[in-house]
Design a protein around this ligand. Structure first.
Ligand code: AMP
Length: 209
């Protein structure tokens, strides 16, 4: 299985790149932000509790997002692999992801971080807020709080994967397709030979470090 953690602050381009990656590698996209927003839309109790924290730019509790990922993995046992987008955001979440994937005799293949400076993130998110309808994208103060939460609580997850030699970082500013090409180069170096064989399009991708 090919399991990619796409990492980076809010507005780094994880969602955009995820859409391109699922098409290329036939992966299931698991975005904890999307899963939480779906709970909010459905008006569930979990959604109501999460909404308060999300609107403030704070993280929802680990056990909530871990539980969501656990059921998504159980519901997609025939998947070729997953893109984890916005998860894990804490070290306990990363540890749980290792434990959960081990149940299926697999693990995280690699983590790819998109690096983008704060001013660019604020600009992008305010722009996205004009059409996304997301309350957390429409207020500069809340956006800066989310970036701060990323820097204080989430950035250390990179170290967790660096210790396992799975961490890669890329400049997230540039042409979307160029960044996508660089991500594919990293993935193709981590991809098990059997997956490359079953997806010739991926095998022909040029490796750019
Ligand atoms: P995102 O769509 O990834 O920007 O996430 C939107 C919001 O959902 C975040 O600001 C958090 O409040 C919450 N959230 C999403 N994923 C997680 C996670 N892995 N851990 C905790 N909170 C999360």
């Amino acid at each position: 299985m090919l399991n990619i953690v796409l990492f980076g602050p809010p507005g780094a381009g994880k969602g955009t790149q995820s859409q391109k990656l699922i098409a290329r590698y036939n992966l299931v996209h698991l975005s904890t932000g999307d899963l939480l927003r779906s709970q909010i839309t459905q008006g569930t109790e979990l959604g109501l509790r999460a909404k308060k924290l999300m609107d403030e730019g704070l993280l929802v509790p680990d056990e909530v997002v871990i539980g969501m990922i656990e059921s998504q993995l159980a519901n997609n046992t025939t998947a070729a692999g997953f893109i984890f987008d916005g998860f894990p955001r804490t070290v306990p979440q990363a540890q749980s992801l290792d434990a959960l994937t081990q149940r299926y005799d697999t693990g995280v293949s690699c983590m790819i971080a998109l690096e983008v400076a704060e001013e660019e993130l604020v600009k992008r998110l305010l722009e996205r807020g004009k059409t996304s309808g997301r309350p957390d994208d429409q207020n500069e103060e809340k956006i800066r709080k989310r970036v701060k939460v990323y820097n204080t609580e989430t950035a250390q997850v990179a170290g967790y994967y660096a210790e396992q030699q799975k961490f890669h970082s890329l400049n997230g500013i540039g042409v979307i397709d160029d960044i996508f090409g660089q991500i594919c180069g990293i993935i193709d170096r981590h991809q098990p030979a059997s997956s490359v064989a079953s997806n010739p399009a991926a095998a022909t991708d040029e490796v750019k470090a």
